[in-house]
Structures are given as C-alpha cells and as structure tokens.
Design a protein around this ligand. Structure first.
Ligand SMILES: Nc1ncnc2c1ncn2[C@@H]1O[C@H](COP(=O)(O)OP(=O)(O)OP(=O)(O)O)[C@@H](O)[C@H]1O
Ligand SMILES: [Zn+2]
Ligand SMILES: [Zn+2]
Length: 835
C-alpha cells in the first residue's frame, strides 16, 4: 500500500508543502500523480492534488490519515505538468497549489460530481468486451453513471475505465443541471433498414409526415438531431417522437461539443511554396523538431514576411511525427482571421482556447486535447498548459506582447514556461515577432553581458526574415512634429499632413486605420510647447501625477516634487496632463470630414461577446472608411484596402513611469505601421508626436529595429535594467501604513544581509559583477486598493545571484510575522508592468 503526497488547495505560504495520506484499497487503482483528491485537513475536507506516490512516507504510516476520495476518473494533470508546476512555484515564488490550479480548466475546479458515460456514437469497443458485465451493462443503458458509484462498486475496474476514457470510448461529464456540463442534444438513431421499411409498409397512406421522415432516414442512415430531422421534412417534434414510440428509430441524448466555431466553414488551404528566405528559416526549425531537440528559435521577421506560413509548415512537420503542437497568440489577436489560418490548414485537429469562451466551451476544448481528438491548440497564454503528452513544437507569435505575462499569481511568463515545457518534452520553441522583446533579442544576438548570460535558462537561435513576401515594400513612414503644428497655429488633433492624407483616402475610397495610443492616459504631465516631461532625477523614469496630493512622484524610489505651473524647461504655461480619448477623436473626425464613416474600437465598444469580430467584419466589408482605436487595432490585422495608418499621440506611452515604455512604443508603432500596404496598394504611415527625436520614434521612420535596439540596450546596461539586470518586486498590503513600513523594512534588511553575507555588491547601476540592491519600501503605484494600503520593495540584481531563492527564503522567515499582522505579500519575478 503506497502513500500519496498531496498539495492541498490553500494558497498560503505556511502550508505550501505536500502532506502524506494513505490510499485505501478501494482507491488504489485510481490515484496517480496529478489526481485531484479530497483529504481530511484540520477537521475539514479539502481538495488537493497528488504530487507524488511513495512507499516510504516521512512519518509513521499509522499516524497518517486516509484519502477520502478521488474527484475525477482521469487525473486532470500529468506527472509532467506536476513537475512543471513545481518548477513554476520556484521560478515565480508562488505556492505550488497556485501553480497547479492555474493549469486546470476552471470548469473542473468546482465541486460538481462527475459522471461517466459511453461516448456518443461509440459502441462498446471489441477489445474491452471482457470488462465486467456489470458495469458494462450499466453504461450501455446510455445514462451517465456517477463516478462515486463506480468507485464504490467496481474498485477493480479502474484500469479498464481509465483506458476507455483515454481512448475516448467513455467520457467524463459533470452534473446534468450544471451549466458547465457537457451539452446534450436529443438525437434520432435510425432503426435497421428492415425495421424502417416495414414501418413504411405499415404506415401505408396514413401519417405522410412520419413516412417522409422514415424515408429520409432510409436515404440518410446516420444519427441526426431530432430538431434537424423535423426541419428537414417540415414536421413537428411530435411526429419524430412517434417514430421512436413505434420502435422504428431510437431517440437518445447525445453529447455535443460546444464548438464555438461550429457552423463556420474554414476554407481548406494547402502549404504554399516557401520563398528562399522562408525556406532558410524553416529548415533549422524542422530539423530540431525531427531530432526531438529542445531548441528555442527567435524568428525575427518584419511585418508581412510570412512568419505564419513557417509556423504552419513547422506544425505539419511536427504532426507528421505523430506529435502535438501548441500555438500561442496574444489574446487580442485571436480573431477569426487568425483561427481561420490554422483551422484552414489542420481542420478538426485544431482546438481553440481563449478567454471569450465560456467555461463550458473551454472545458470541451480541453477534453478534446486530452482525449487526443486535437493535436494542435491555438490559444492565449494559458494554452501553454494544454494537456498534451507528446509535444513537438511550441510557437509563440508576437512573442514581445505583454499579455504573455500573467499579472495575477502565478505571475508566470508563457515564454519561460514554453522553454521549460519544451525541455521536458524535447520540443522546439519558435518565438516569432517583427519586434522581439529586448530580453529575447539580446539573448539571441547579444550584446551579452557575462554576468547576465549566466542567469539565463535558454538562449535562442536567431533566425532573421528581413523582407516582406513577394518583395512588397514596407510602407513609407513620415513623422510629424506636433510642436511645429502648434507654432503654426494648428491646435487641431490632426496635423496638416494627416488631414490631407485622410482627405485623399476619402476621395480614392481607400481605407484607413487610426491609432490612439491611450496607454498612460492622463497620468503624466507634459509641456505642449516643448514636449518636456518631468522625470525622476534618480531613476530616469517619468514621474506620475497624483491628483490627490497634486504632486509628481517616482514610484521606484519615492522621490516627489510639486506639480509645476510653468514648464521648467521653456517657461510655457501650456503644461498639463495629457490625454485624448478615442471618443474625442471620433467627434473631431466627424467635424473635420463631414460624412466620414468611422468604426471606433476601444474597451467601451468591445465589451460584448463577439463585438470585436463584428467591427472587424464591417470594416473588411468596407462599411467604414476609418477604423479608429486603441492598441487593439495594431495587432495582426490584414486588410487589403488599408493604405493609410495614422498615429495620434505616438509618445503618450513614453510618459509612463516604466522603463519599458520606449520599447513598447517602438513595438506598437512598428506593428501598426505594418498594417498598411500589405497587398497590392502601397501604404503610407503618418506618426504625430511631440518628441520626434526620441529614438523609439525616430527609428520607426526607417523600420530600424537594430538602430533602436542598440541605443535602448546601451541605456539599459548603464541603469542595470533587464536584460542586463533583473528585477523582483514585492508588494505588501495592509489596512495600516506603519505595519507595512515595518514589514517592508525587515524584508529589505534581511535580503540585504543575505547579499552581504555572500559578498554581493549593493549597487547595480553602471557596474558589472555580482550585485543586488533593494529599493524601498515605498508606496506602490497604486497606493491603496480596496481600503488596503500597498507598499513595495524592488529587488534589482545582476549576475548569477540567487535573488529568487533568497527572496522566497526571506518570505518564509517572515511568514509568521505576516500572518500575525494580517499583511499579504505578492511577489512578481521579472515584472513586465511596472505600474
Ligand atoms: N511562400 C509564400 N508565397 C506567397 N505568399 C505568401 C507566402 N508566405 C506568406 N505569404 C502571404 O504573405 C502575406 C503575409 O504573410 P503573414 O501574414 O504570414 O506574415 P507575418 O510575418 O505573419 O506578418 P505579421 O507579423 O505582420 O502578422 C500573407 O498574405 C500570406 O498569405
Ligand atoms: Zn516646455
Ligand atoms: Zn526615482
């Protein structure tokens, strides 16, 4: 009798370790690593996940309690995913249960009782005929049977049942009244040909509709939903039911996958002949897949260079080996257009996962993957946990996107999880982007920093794709200095150049995309005359305006100054916080260009399910001249008639107090510029800015990724920001500030002491060698949330310093003190959002 090591689902640091339970005989066939179980814990019953089985428990067996129950017939996690979870919990300093729970579809987490049933259309498989007559008979009746009933009465059939679940002959469902359960449809199963013919004879000239329905079934002897049959012969459900009453057909509930793409047909596509450049990129990837080498590739291809076709053919190579592929795309890019490209090539083998699916729909897609009915998943961040067992390839499209980092715990980055999962599977990883993140880019091509490179778990192979397919030119980009416009008395939102370009498009009946970069809306102060913005003298980061205290603050180090009345640089009084909403732009467009047709896409107009798609379809059908929006219009869209892209307030995000702001601005501008002229018509891009000299804007003019990167990396190296130094932030929250102060100080001093004991230098900027510094505690950028104050410490370090391990050790040391005082702590390792 072995013992199960269980992680209970209480996300707290002080019980973040496995507890041992003995497995009663009746459950022994069911419990595996990855099983969800119920266990007694401190007088309560808790859910947990089995992370290990051992014959040799830490404590005397007789003192151990027994597992109460197994909650699913098949373990929802595999041993590999459990191992991945353990790695995540160390890598991102979170309790193991938090990492494990993140891998489960939410539909599974409820307490709903599980049922087992024979799958739709499945006869009892011949190779399972030896199975115990009892439970076979039970299931063949067609009704779902409670899992707990099977566990109790057929304890020795665990293997057979699990095997049949894995092969798809059986299926696991949830409570019938549960909205998340598998949906069933009443379906007509035609009787045998003889039976139906005799039915027709028996009916004679009576009941012509019944007769018609029988004739239909004779001609199409396939199970058909009752409703559909009624419609096909133009009759009522009652008529169909009477066929069953007379024994000519049978009506049974049948489960249906809630395929969110059902009813939409995807035109099948064939692999294209790759261009020589594409071929050169594809080959090393294909080789790694075939040799089952876990290698990471950075596919750096300009917009429109045909990256997607390379993904598709690499997936094909992977499938040909009988392996599976995961494709991650940013949530916002999961449009039907994107899905279509994968479904068009691989059809039914593709499962799709994104947050706009209901829990039930996600559960269906998840089961499709687990039961081997899909070999490709296209999804947002969490699809990285798809329950595949033989992964050959993981693609991350637009790898620089911030949506790949989860902002709640576990605060993982899908890129790192992909590299680790690929390592466990011997799979290739392709990171694709026209504007790779500086972390990924410098990991691939340098500049290397001896100390930084040592701390890196993976190093990608650089695969460039510098030209568009068919030698289509990149669009012409012009940068308009809005300070000049102001000098010439143009106070309008549109520069003369942009206004004229819009006018021309309207005349030629071509389409336009207008982007308003709304990130950082109203949080920064800027001079409209000279473009000055206030930044922190110690951190080189824009200061944030705080309405309450009317001062400007640095949330890294706590520096503060009063809101200026005139510009400190040019004395102009035109200094104020900056921000223009999309709605205002829409009004201005209507005023300036009477009759212009505008589709506005922003958070306000896209909350409804499907609205995103609706707008894009309308725009594609040329029902509007302008697609106006925020970030969401910049991603992956491909419209043949768009010949103008305009960017209003290109620099607004630059003012955000985040050292990545220039990088994000460059990426956004380059991406949105890539939307123009992707087809026959040439494209033009006009970027309006108050800071035309800023490298992240100036370099966009010539599509100069390398130029931007070089300048930005030089800057980051000096300041010790990623990729040269690394960061960890700790956010503490409590109702009272003094408590936060005390705990924040003890965190900082304990961590500093550890660094000192190891002989690590305590300043990071402008240095090399091992170093670690702790900034703060200071109030967080969001200083109060739900009546709790928030303080943060930032750890900045360089080189092979075990800052992550030390941070989690210090947090364990402080766990008691935090629990007593009611302080909650949240750690962000390699934070992406500094706000
Ligand atoms: N080998 C090829 N032969 C002909 N056309 C191709 C080939 N590869 C890709 N294309 C076409 O080129 C266009 C751009 O390709 P694709 O959208 O894959 O580029 P991308 O690099 O993914 O672009 P982005 O990053 O801007 O989304 C598409 O219309 C695609 O169908
Ligand atoms: Zn000024
Ligand atoms: Zn500062």
């Amino acid at each position: 009798m072995s013992v199960a090591r269980v992680i209970v689902d209480v996300p707290s640091r002080d019980i973040d370790r496995p507890f041992d339970y003995t497995i009663p005989d009746r459950l022994s066939g069911w419990v595996e690593v990855g099983s969800r179980v119920a266990v007694p814990f401190g007088g309560r019953t808790l859910q947990g996940i089995v992370v290990g089985l051992t014959a040799d428990p830490e404590f005397d067996r007789s003192r151990l309690k027994e597992l109460i129950d197994v909650l699913d017939a098949l373990p929802p996690l595999s041993a590999e995913l459990v191992e991945l979870g353990e790695w995540m919990s160390r890598r991102w300093v979170c309790p193991l249960t938090v990492a494990l729970q993140a891998m489960l579809p939410s539909a599974l987490k409820g307490k709903a009782e599980k049922y087992i049933a024979l799958s739709y259309g499945q006869a009892w498989p011949a190779e399972e005929l030896l199975a115990d007559g009892g439970f076979r008979q039970l299931l063949e009746k067609g009704d779902p049977v409670k899992l707990s009933y099977l566990l109790q009465h057929y304890p020795h059939e665990a293997d057979t049942i699990k095997r049949m679940l894995r092969s798809g002959a059986l299926m696991e469902t949830q409570k019938v009244e549960d909205r998340l359960s598998v949906r069933t449809v009443l379906t007509v199963f035609p009787g045998s040909e003889d039976v139906m013919r005799s039915g027709i004879a028996e009916l004679g000239k009576r009941a012509p509709k019944q007769r018609e329905a029988l004739e239909y079934l004779l001609a199409n002897p396939e199970p058909i939903p009752q409703q559909q049959l009624a419609e096909a012969v133009g009759t009522t459900i009652g008529t169909i039911k009477s066929l069953a009453d007379k024994g000519w057909a049978e009506i049974r509930p049948v489960t249906e996958d809630r395929d969110p793409y059902a009813g939409r047909s995807f035109a099948p596509t064939k692999p294209m002949q790759l261009t020589p450049a594409q071929q050169g990129a594809y080959e090393p990837i294909a080789k790694a897949i075939q040799e089952e080498r876990s290698e990471v590739f950075l596919l750096h291809g300009v917009t429109g260079s045909g990256k997607t076709e390379i993904y598709l053919q690499s997936i094909q190579t992977c499938l040909a080996m009988g392996k599976e592929a995961i494709v991650l795309v940013p949530e916002i890019a999961l449009t039907p257009q994107m899905v279509e490209r994968f479904k068009g090539r691989f059809g039914e083998r593709v499962a799709v996962m994104h947050s706009r699916l209901s829990n039930g729909e996600r559960y269906d897609e998840w089961r499709k993957i687990r039961e081997g009915r899909a070999q490709v998943v296209v999804g947002a961040r969490s699809a990285i946990f798809a329950p595949f067992g033989r992964i050959g390839l993981i693609v991350i499209d637009e790898e620089h996107e911030t949506t790949y980092k989860q902002e709640e715990s576990p605060k993982y980055h899908a890129r790192d999880v992909a590299a680790e999962r690929a390592r466990l599977h011997g799979a290739a990883v392709v990171l694709g982007s026209a504007t790779p993140s500086l972390e990924t880019y410098s990991a691939a091509v340098g500049p290397y920093d001896k100390d930084t490179a040592a701390g890196r778990a993976w190093q990608p192979v650089y695969v460039p794709l510098p030209e568009r397919v068919a030698a289509r030119p990149l669009p012409k980009v012009s940068i308009v200095d809005m300070r000049e416009e102001l000098k010439l008395g143009n106070r309008a939102m549109f520069s003369r150049a942009l206004a004229q370009a819009i006018e021309e498009r309207l005349e030629r009946q071509e389409q336009m995309v207008l982007l308003l970069n709304r990130r950082g809306y109203s949080t920064f102060v800027m001079c409209r005359s000279c473009g000055y913005t206030a930044s922190c003298p110690h951190c080189d980061i824009a200061l944030t305006y705080h309405r309450g205290s009317q001062n400007l603050r640095c949330h890294y180090c706590g520096y503060a100054e009063r809101e200026p009345e005139v510009c400190p640089s040019c004395q102009s009084p035109h200094i104020r916080f900056f921000g223009t909403g999309t709605q205002k732009v829409e009004e201005a467009l209507a005023q300036t260009f009477p009759g212009i047709r505008v589709i506005r896409m922003d958070v306000d107009t896209t909350t409804e399910k499907g609205s995103h798609e609706k707008w894009l379809t309308q725009f594609r059908e040329r029902k509007a001249d302008v697609l106006l929006g925020t970030q969401m219009v910049a991603k992956g869209l491909d419209f043949p008639h768009v010949t103008l892209v305009g960017v209003l307030a290109a620099d607004s995000a630059l003012k955000l107090p985040d050292f990545r702001s220039p990088e994000r601005t460059f990426q956004l501008l380059t991406q949105v510029a890539g939307r123009a002229g992707r087809h026959e018509l040439p494209g033009e891009v006009i970027i309006q800015t108050y800071e035309p000299e800023h490298p992240c804007i100036a370099t966009v003019e010539h599509h100069d990724y390398a130029g931007f990167t070089e300048q930005e990396l030089r800057h980051r190296r000096v300041l010790g920001y990623p990729p040269f130094g690394r960061l960890i932030t700790l956010t503490l929250s409590h109702e009272q500030v003094p408590v936060l102060h005390t705990l924040g100080e003890s965190f900082a001093s304990k961590l500093r002491a550890k660094a000192e004991a190891e002989g690590v230098r305590q300043t990071v900027a402008s240095g090399t060698g091992l170093s670690l510094e702790v900034l703060g505690p200071v109030p967080s950028p969001i200083p109060r949330l739900k009546d709790r104050y928030r303080y943060q410490c930032m750890v900045k370090y360089r080189g092979e310093v075990d800052a992550i391990g030390w941070t989690s050790a210090v947090l364990r040391e402080l766990a008691d003190a935090m629990k007593r005082s009611g302080v909650t702590a949240s750690v962000d390792v390699d934070p992406q959002m500094m706000l």
